[in-house]
Write a protein that binds this ligand. Structure first.
Ligand code: GLN
Length: 462
């Protein structure tokens, strides 16, 4: 709680508030991350509590009453949310204040935030690089020091990959431990609200506040009375890891040596089903997306076309005008894999692979306490020439999406900086063993002073 306390002191002081607002404004123009940003905007934060006056940012697919809820989409560009997500409400009850909504790939579909229909977000380490995605706005805001933590959502890696690209910690909790009430659905069986921050202690504090059963989300679960042991004696690595960029490969090897130097045994693990993570993930995610996004008809809320010659035409045109290309592609893919007569071939088969992946992790966690893998095969990529194609970006989800298919928790841990951009690794744990990952990340002793982008200024926090 140390970091949070120092923010508390600063923000109690009016002069610091102005300095803070100026700092945010200066960064905003550089990274162009935020859709709104105002310290005094949140009228619902409690006066006191463990997070009193602590500012935080919220990915713009998570509802906050009286704030926009655009999902980075034209179809919801003018929507103002009439209600607040449970996770946000719990933070507000602890005294924290929402200071802004952050940019994302439209409806969470992407790995760069460039699929946002509304704004571009730059990486604070290099404004020509993407911040990752889909929670790229939240990652950029945390990395630039605008907020001590931010909420994101993780369906296939959308918290962990931008955290890796921007050099912060990113937690994808166990499926169901954080209520999805107020999270706009993309692929409901895979996704969970997660946290990004520059410190493990902050991450842990925030997770402990937002986690827990919520009657408004029937898939939410209480954490077990007897939480899993926190210690780590053995860490698993995958027997086969191919196609890492030189910087990520070096960081991976360096991390393995580091783990060994902590007196922790490294065990090679084989999970053959992991070869099929990407096709299984994109089959299930698009199938669920095609159903979840059927609600945007232009009838009850969101963009409505002026072409109202018939009801059918009105719905079709509203959707055509409102959705971007990536969203349309995924709705088409989803309806394709679900069409009658073909479900056995795609959707059912993907579900079987999903079960095999889950079983593979269950077996692995019989032998090791945590798993260690890369987060993404490359560092943040540059816009333009260096850019990965949309297809390459999807293939690169193999390390992150595995945890969503299995429902297990995972954590991005920053490792270092190579060629001016962060590197990171991923820890994976059995269900409900978040705190084991936090403790191990602390043991790894990340040097956050080194993980600070140019222009990051704590000077205003006197
Ligand atoms: N890159 C993945 C996708 O495009 C991750 C998305 C997410 O976690 N929301 O689906």
């Amino acid at each position: 709680m140390t970091l949070l306390k120092s923010w508390d002191r600063v923000l109690a002081d009016v002069q610091s508030r102005t300095e803070y607002q100026n700092y945010v404004t200066a960064w905003e123009s550089k990274i162009r991350s935020m859709l709104t940003f105002d310290l005094n905007r949140d009228r619902f934060g409690a006066q006191d509590g463990p997070l009193a006056n602590i500012p935080f940012a919220v990915k713009d697919n998570i509802a906050v009453r009286d704030f926009n809820l655009t999902c980075g989409s034209r179809i919801l560009e003018n929507l103002v949310s009439p209600y607040t997500a449970t996770a946000v409400e719990r933070l507000q009850a602890a005294g924290a204040r929402v200071v802004g909504k952050t940019n994302l790939d439209e409806f969470g579909m992407g790995s760069s935030t460039d699929n946002s229909a509304l704004a571009q977000t730059n990486n604070p380490w290099n404004v020509n690089a993407v911040p990752g995605g889909s929670s790229g706005g939240s990652a950029a805001a945390v990395a630039a020091g605008l907020v001590p933590f931010a909420l994101g959502s993780d369906t296939g890696g959308s918290v962990r990959q931008p955290a890796a690209f921007c050099g912060c910690f990113g937690l994808k909790p166990t499926y169901g431990t954080v209520s999805r009430f107020g999270l706009v659905a993309y692929a409901s069986s895979l996704e969970v609200i997660g946290v990004l921050s520059r410190g493990v202690d902050t991450l842990e504090t925030v997770y402990d506040i937002i986690a827990g059963r919520d009657d408004r989300d029937q898939s939410s679960v209480a954490r077990p009375q007897n939480s899993p042991a926190r210690g780590t004696a053995r860490v698993g690595i995958l027997r086969q890891i191919a196609e890492l960029s030189p910087a990520i490969d070096a960081a991976y090897r360096e991390t393995i040596e580091k783990v060994k130097s902590l007196g922790v045994e490294i065990v090679e693990i084989d999970i053959p089903a992991l070869e099929y993570v990407v096709p299984a993930y994109y089959t299930i995610a698009t199938a669920e997306a095609s159903a979840n996004l059927a609600r945007y008809t232009g009838i009850r809320y969101g963009h409505r076309t002026s072409d109202d010659s018939s009801m059918e035409q009105m719905v079709a045109a509203s959707r055509n005008e409102g959705f971007g290309d990536e969203v349309k592609l995924r709705i088409l893919l989803g309806t394709y894999v679900l069409r009658s007569g073909f479900q056995d071939q795609y959707y059912i088969r993907a579900q079987k692979i999903r079960t095999a992946i889950r079983n593979g992790f269950d077996a692995a966690f019989g032998q090791v306490d945590l798993m260690l893998t890369p987060v993404f095969p490359t560092q943040a990529f540059l816009r333009g020439e260096g850019e990965l194609t949309p297809f390459q970006q999807k293939l690169a989800d193999k390390f992150t999406a595995a945890a969503n298919l299995a429902g297990i928790p995972a954590l991005t841990v920053p490792i270092g900086v190579t060629d001016g951009l962060p590197t990171a690794m991923q820890l994976l744990a059995p269900d409900f063993a978040e705190h084991r990952m936090f403790d191990f990340a602390r043991r790894m002793g990340v040097d956050m002073a080194a993980m600070t982008p140019d222009g990051f200024d704590e000077g205003w926090r006197k």
